[in-house]
Write a protein that binds this ligand. Structure first.
Ligand SMILES: [Zn+2]
Length: 346
């Protein structure tokens, strides 16, 4: 992880020249991660972050579309826009070798001594000096997933903000050092997952969310009704050990995952569901959340099977994503109180 200080560039306003620049070309205009201050009519700042992962450009494309619509007019509320990993965007990757992941480096991170962590702390300090209305961090993922919002707090305002995006909401506490957890100390805060990069539907959905947050005067003072939200909690992160090999096409490896693994995402799977074949002594690594201890997989008969019912998310067929981050997450349905709902939904 880099220990050279990282510069943060600041801009007042948004140069028209950037309205049509693709994410991989941003480095020609912005030599460093950049924070834009955009004025607005009513008080209450909307904080947006995009390109924390360099190959996830839906957020950048969405903010370009929003600012084109508002061109020549003052925004209904001010925006602080953080454009993150421009160097990784140039290379078309999530994170460059040697960098601290830009969405694991925010206050609360396990590695606070990195240059990236110092920069994110500076961004948070600047953001928190304003009156913040809401924070939205926009991402893509690599597997087959619906669009969904993630929260690190089940307080009503956070869920109201998530509902602006859709009814599928995931509550999580790990990994640490994510933008949404850092900003949740100051305002309702969500991360949105907009499907794969390059899909127009993801951009349109993110545009709609930003416009809704700009238009909203204040959060409703009633609770989100249980019937209006599918609330889940991640209780385990699933990783492939660094020394283990894996494949998706049946070719020889320690883990031969099924080729349609990512089609299990957001399905309610029973105990015994197979993730693929297995040889040797490696076991999948589990990072369990509080209350998520216990066995997750069985390895009998050369098959990797779920040891308990679960709803997976972000299972991916992208080997780089597996090595840089994880194979995927396991979730369970929860109620508004954060407690597990049984299979009948009671
Ligand atoms: Zn991401």
């Amino acid at each position: 992880m880099s220990d050279q200080p990282l510069q943060l560039a600041r801009f007042n306003g948004f140069p028209d020249a950037l309205l049509d620049v693709a994410a991989p070309e941003l480095w020609r205009h912005l030599p460093a991660p950049t924070l834009f201050d955009l004025p607005g009519r009513q008080c209450g700042m909307l904080f947006l972050s995009v390109l924390l992962h360099g190959n996830e450009d839906t957020g950048w494309r969405a903010i370009q579309a929003v600012l084109k619509r508002w061109r020549g007019r003052v925004l209904s509320r001010p925006i602080k826009l953080f454009v993150g990993n421009i160097a990784a965007a140039k290379a078309g990757v999530r994170t460059l070798p040697g960098q601290h992941d830009y969405n694991r480096a925010w206050p609360g991170t396990e590695h606070p001594a990195t240059a990236e962590a110092a920069m994110m702390q500076a961004v948070v300090d600047i953001a928190a000096s304003d009156s913040l209305f809401a924070s939205i961090d926009i991402h893509n993922n690599t597997g087959n997933n619906p669009h969904y919002a993630c929260v690190t707090s089940c307080d009503d305002d956070h869920l109201q903000l998530a509902r602006l995006f859709g009814r599928t909401v995931v509550y999580f506490t790990e990994p640490l050092g994510v933008q949404s957890a850092a900003l949740s100390r100051f305002c309702p805060s969500i991360t949105v997952e907009c499907g794969r990069p390059g899909a127009e539907a993801g951009v349109a959905h993110a545009v709609e969310l930003i416009e809704s947050a700009l238009a909203l005067q204040h959060f409703p003072d009633h609770e989100v009704a249980a019937a209006d939200i599918d609330l889940m909690r991640t209780f385990a992160i699933v990783k492939v050990p660094a020394d283990a090999s894996f494949s998706y096409d049946g070719s020889a490896a320690d883990f031969r995952f099924r080729s349609d693994l990512d089609h299990l995402n957001f399905a309610e799977l029973d105990a015994g569901t197979s993730f693929g074949a297995h040889a040797g002594n490696f076991r999948l690594e589990i990072v369990a959340s509080e209350g998520g201890e216990g066995d997750y997989f069985t390895y009998a008969g050369g098959e990797v099977r779920l040891a308990r019912g679960a709803i997976p998310a972000m299972l991916t067929l992208d080997p780089h994503a597996v090595r840089l981050d994880c194979l995927g997450y396991l979730m369970q349905r929860i109620g508004r109180d954060g407690r597990r709902l049984d299979a009948a939904g009671g």
